[in-house]
Design a protein around this ligand. Structure first.
Ligand SMILES: Cc1cc2nc3c(=O)[nH]c(=O)nc-3n(C[C@H](O)[C@H](O)[C@H](O)COP(=O)(O)OP(=O)(O)OC[C@H]3O[C@@H](n4cnc5c(N)ncnc54)[C@H](O)[C@@H]3O)c2cc1C
Length: 426
């Protein structure tokens, strides 16, 4: 197989680039490789975990996206690279008699690596074995099904309830805690009649820094803290988790019993990137220059969570969907210029922070929006903030589905939500 532009990783950034480039250049020139068959916007995984978003309705098939946007889709995980020969190896799917697809080799002119991130456990004993992370759809589904099982057991035994400990008070941990509280009230209304949400689903959020949402303005942190407290979420800051086992979490001298533990305390680049012979930084991210080209390797670029891109001030671009989206647009322009034989872009990619919104269930959000003047930000909360939060998801859908289908899908989902329980019960 071969393609002029090969993009590995169809997530928040890679998929947008494949769709936009595919619409301009077509399936002969643009190829997307992903280890999964369907796409879901990663910032919505806490909703999948809580059961408020049905992954079977939300997931978008890569084959459909390829057909509609004009790129070629290759199913399978990238496992090796020969940068000298410009050759990517995609692993087989299945093995032996169960093999569905063999190992494949793809020749490229320009390669973009956009494979996202995975959990960083910082060497905490038991973290990898006894926690669930929200890295991918399977993880979020595993959390949801474990929760349903735990709720059923609690209902049958009529004792104890469920203890959920979330480690990490960043956006992922805070959003999951809030969503879970909202969902637990709905579970109580459907079938789990003995369940009293706040009494029986006990949620504890542990954060190592002095405040939750530490990178965001203090006003956002304190608003988030009071919203979590109103929802009976126990928040403990300034605490370091030292070990995790099957029965709970230890933080110094304090023990937190837990039926379910979520790790939302840190991310790193996928380990296989270190085996590709490309330059990486300490976190394992690919070392890229201001044009998002991997340093010293011709024809290889990286974007999103897996790329270490320093801005003019030397600060690394944060691992966020808005950065992945901006970088996808930057590379789109680079490749279109290359394709048309026009000169390269005048300046490097520079991250523009438009602010952060943190979701608190289906009706409210809190966050800050950045002004065009450096350092100026506006605090937003309530329903308006929620609508802005929802619009970010819609903007991603618009980039990959187009305006009309995004509008139709949004309307369909609005109607489905009003005719079915708020949470998925099976
Ligand atoms: C619960 C949650 C909430 C979040 N909320 C926000 C938010 O509100 N705002 C914000 O800006 N950011 C948020 N983020 C962060 C945001 O989701 C990420 O920064 C963003 O998704 C990164 O985009 P990406 O394109 O780099 O990677 P991803 O979106 O993670 O996509 C990576 C893709 O690569 C594929 N892949 C992985 N390995 C391979 C391989 N070997 N071969 C082929 N394909 C592979 C994966 O299947 C996936 O499709 C949140 C994250 C989580 C988990």
């Amino acid at each position: 197989m071969q393609s002029k532009f090969v993009i590995v990783g169809g997530g928040a950034g890679g998929l947008e680039l494949a769709c936009k480039l595919g619409r301009k250049l077509g399936p002969e020139a643009v190829m997307l490789v992903d280890s999964r068959l369907s796409h879901i916007w990663k910032p919505s995984l806490h909703e999948v975990a809580a059961g408020t978003l049905d992954v079977h309705q939300e997931g978008l098939s890569y084959q459909m996206l390829a057909h509609d946007n004009g790129f070629t889709f290759v199913y399978g995980p990238m496992q090796a690279l020969d940068a000298g020969q410009r050759l990517v190896t995609v692993a087989a799917i299945g093995s032996g008699e169960e093999q569905i697809l063999p190992e494949r080799h793809i020749r490229y002119d320009q390669l973009v690596i956009a494979v996202g991130s995975t959990s960083n456990y910082f060497g905490v004993p038991g973290a990898a074995e006894h926690t669930i992370s929200l890295n991918a759809t399977e993880d979020a589904e595993r959390f949801r099904l474990t929760l349903l099982k735990r709720l059923t057991l609690a209902e049958l035994k009529k004792d104890g309830g469920v203890d959920v400990v979330i480690i990490g008070g960043g956006a992922t941990g805070v959003e999951l805690a809030a969503e879970l509280r909202e969902a637990s009230g709905v579970y109580a209304a459907y079938g789990f009649r003995q369940l009293q949400a706040e009494r029986d689903v006990r949620i504890t959020l542990l954060e190592g820094a002095p405040r939750i949402l530490a990178p965001l303005p203090e006003k956002v942190s304190s608003a988030a803290l009071s919203l979590l407290r109103q929802r009976a979420v126990t928040v403990v800051t300034d605490t370091r988790v030292t070990a995790i086992d099957a029965a709970g979490v230890t933080a110094g001298d304090t023990r937190y019993p837990a039926h379910m533990v979520v790790w939302a305390a840190g991310i790193k680049a996928p380990d296989f990137l270190k085996t590709l012979g490309l330059p990486t930084v300490k976190s394992g991210q690919l070392d890229v220059d201001g044009t998002l080209a991997v340093k010293g390797v011709a024809g290889v670029y990286a974007l999103g969570d897996c790329a270490a891109c320093a801005g003019p001030d030397g600060k690394l671009t944060p691992p966020r969907a808005q950065a992945a989206h901006q970088q996808a647009d930057y590379l789109l322009e680079t490749f279109l210029r290359q394709h048309k034989g026009r000169p390269p872009q005048a300046g490097p990619y520079v991250y523009r922070d438009y602010g952060s919104l943190v979701s608190f269930g289906q009706t409210t959000s809190v966050g800050s929006l950045m002004g065009s003047l450096k350092g100026l930000s506006w605090f937003v909360d309530g329903f308006v903030a929620r609508m802005m939060y929802v619009s970010l998801h819609l903007m991603h859908h618009q980039a990959v589905l187009g305006t009309v289908r995004t509008a139709v899908l949004a309307l369909a989902r609005f109607l489905i939500k009003r005719s079915t329980p708020l949470v998925k019960l099976h």
